[in-house]
Design a protein around this ligand. Structure first.
Ligand code: FES
Length: 103
């Protein structure tokens, strides 16, 4: 059974907000987009720069460095120059807290 870790309160994230989260040695990016919470790998799979600050639109995030685009819900690549997907993790929102499973 997956274990969920509380990473933030819902009040900490504005609409279309992003937050870097360090959890068990992993760097993650918590995003709120169109009312949904997503947790993805913090680093882009292209040249390992941070995705934080990337534009979110239509369910995707665009890397602020060279423009690779990833789907927030599953980490799949939607636009080059990245070709490897990133990970998107299961999120649970309960009682104003946001939790993620990284197992
Ligand atoms: S580091 Fe993200 S597209 Fe190059």
């Amino acid at each position: 059974m997956s274990q969920y870790h509380v990473i933030a309160a819902t009040s900490e994230l504005e609409d279309e907000g992003q937050m870097h989260v360090a959890l068990n040695g992993r760097d993650l990016l918590l995003c709120k987009h169109e009312g949904q919470y997503y947790v993805i790998d913090y680093y882009c799979s292209h040249e390992i720069f941070g995705l934080e600050g990337g534009t979110m639109q239509d369910g995707c995030i665009t890397c602020p460095f060279h423009g690779a685009e990833f789907k927030l819900s599953d980490g799949s690549v939607q636009a080059a120059p990245a070709w490897e997907p990133i990970l998107s993790y299961p999120v649970l929102v309960e009682n104003d807290t946001i939790a993620v499973s990284i197992d």
